[in-house]
Ligand binder design. Structure first.
Ligand SMILES: NC(=O)c1ccc[n+]([C@@H]2O[C@H](COP(=O)([O-])OP(=O)(O)OC[C@H]3O[C@@H](n4cnc5c(N)ncnc54)[C@H](O)[C@@H]3O)[C@@H](O)[C@H]2O)c1
Ligand SMILES: N[C@H](CO)Cc1c[nH]c[nH+]1
Ligand SMILES: [Zn+2]
Length: 436
């Protein structure tokens, strides 16, 4: 019988290859998904709303006669907020407040400086005009992702924020709508998958093309975002969720098992891995997993995720755990050890780092404050959490004084001669001896 979760030992000769296989799925492109997504995008580009309506009927089992039927109005979002049970509303608003406070610190301002000869150089920061937010909705609804996407966009000053989210079988999640109202989303459309990404990127009769598409999603959404990059900006590839835990064996085994579940329950393709030097503790965690799993409402997803992509890994020591963590570059890293800060200092690649046994990853998903839209599939080696900076652009400012043109003109003309670009050289030289 297949074990409930893979058991590996970093001492084994075959360990590096086995680990690579475990991590590989998503990093390697799935040819079937790529082909399907290419077809969907082309169809949406050519046929606009008609294609979006057809795919929405096919994939979300939602028959709509017109795109108007898929529009979720601001009044409907406001009504959903008003109708929330008080405790839910308080929690939603508290989370939004904490996410806003955190992200306000990320805002960057324009700057400039003046040189002695009067030349002014600087950097001007401007928000994007119109962005598209992808809020997943296939296997679960994600009100928290509404906050995580929309609040940084609004803090950055984006003028128009369009949110897309699938509503399978036409069921609109009230908490998602309420979150859109709390976060100040301008427009919500009930579409998802690659067709929604295509609509935002290329524009359709009913949806104006956006400048950038951000937000997490499944493998279809991730593939679509990769493909439209260049036509629009994208934030990153935020695909199926991942958690990597380094534990010294001193945290209750049930806590660790549930932390692994917390990400595995997102998706069969999600990944949950534990690194620990204590063999007895790994046995205890496996026992917790086996005992708790049948009690979990999303047991089917958990079972597949843990068996296909999950692992309990016996490491020589915590230093080896750190080295493996840097290689995996996980979306979420929990350091559940006594000396969490010391280990964290050695971590170079991770989307978010949770220190100490009380920092459960789930708190970061909802309300700690930092963004939960994070790079997956080892892209934390070069990507960062979604943030205000994703919605701001930088323009360079160059205002050269008459004296500055003499200094800079000599340098530029010399280099332009060296490059064999005479118009550049002459353009700079005109200003060297200017009488005007
Ligand atoms: N990294 C992050 O920051 C983060 C945050 C939240 C969620 N997530 C991840 O987002 C994902 C959400 O996935 P989801 O499925 O629940 O919602 P989703 O909205 O991403 O995907 C649903 C859509 O997928 C498309 N689709 C499904 N099957 C298809 C098929 N056979 N052919 C073509 N299109 C198809 C449909 O259009 C459907 O509307 C999960 O993997 C979760 O782990 C990641
Ligand atoms: N863990 C997800 C990011 O990978 C975010 C999320 C939303 N709701 C619950 N979890
Ligand atoms: Zn989560």
């Amino acid at each position: 019988m297949k074990p409930v979760i893979n058991r590996l030992d970093a001492r084994d000769d075959g360990f590096p290859a086995t680990l690579r296989r475990l991590l590989a799925f998503e990093a390697g492109e799935d040819a079937h998904i790529e082909q399907a997504v290419a077809g969907i995008l082309q169809n949406v580009r050519e046929r606009g709303d008609a294609a979006v309506l057809e795919y929405t009927a096919e994939f979300d089992r939602l028959q709509a006669a017109t795109m108007q039927d898929l529009e979720i109005t601001p009044d409907e979002c406001a009504a959903a907020l008003s109708a929330l049970e008080p405790a839910r509303r308080t929690a939603l608003e508290a989370a939004a407040h904490r996410v806003r406070i955190y992200h306000e610190r990320q805002r960057t301002e324009s700057w400039q400086y003046e040189e002695a000869d009067g030349t002014v150089l600087g950097q001007k920061i401007t928000p994007m005009d119109r962005v598209g937010l992808y809020v997943p909705g296939g296997k679960a609804a994600y009100p928290s992702s509404v906050l995580m996407n929309a609040i940084p966009a609004k803090v950055a000053g984006v003028a128009e924020v369009i949110m897309v989210t699938p509503t399978p079988d036409g069921v609109r999640n009230p908490l998602v709508l309420a979150a859109a109202a709390v976060a100040g989303v301008d427009r919500v459309v009930a579409i998802g998958g690659a067709q929604a990404v295509g609509a935002l990127a290329y524009g359709t009769e009913s949806i104006a093309a956006v400048d950038k598409i951000v937000g997490p999603g499944n493998a279809y959404v991730a593939a679509a975002k990769r493909r439209v990059f260049g036509t629009v900006g994208i934030d990153m590839v935020a695909g199926p969720s991942e958690i990597l835990i380094i534990c010294d064996g001193s945290t209750p085994a049930d806590w660790i098992a549930m932390d692994l579940f917390s990400q595995a329950e997102h998706d069969e393709l999600a990944q949950a891995i534990l690194l620990c030097p204590d063999a007895d503790f790994l046995e205890q965690v496996q026992a917790s997993i086996e005992r708790l799993l049948p009690t979990m409402p999303r047991a089917d997803i958990l079972r597949k995720s843990l068996a296909d992509r999950g692992a309990l890994i016996h490491v020589r020591d915590l230093d080896e755990a750190v080295a493996i963590a840097n290689d995996i570059a996980p979306e979420h890293l929990e350091i559940s050890t006594e000396n969490a800060s010391e280990l964290a200092a050695q971590i170079r690649h991770a989307g978010a780092i949770f220190l100490g046994r009380f920092s459960s990853e789930a708190l970061g998903d909802y309300c700690a404050g930092p963004n939960h839209v994070l790079p997956t599939a080892r892209t934390a080696r070069f990507s960062s959490p979604l943030g205000v900076y994703d919605f701001q652009k930088r323009s360079s400012i160059i205002q050269v004084s008459r004296a500055g043109a003499i200094t800079l003109g000599a340098i530029a003309a010399e280099l332009a001669d060296g490059e064999g670009l005479p118009a550049h050289a002459q353009s700079a030289r005109y200003r060297l001896n200017s009488k005007t």
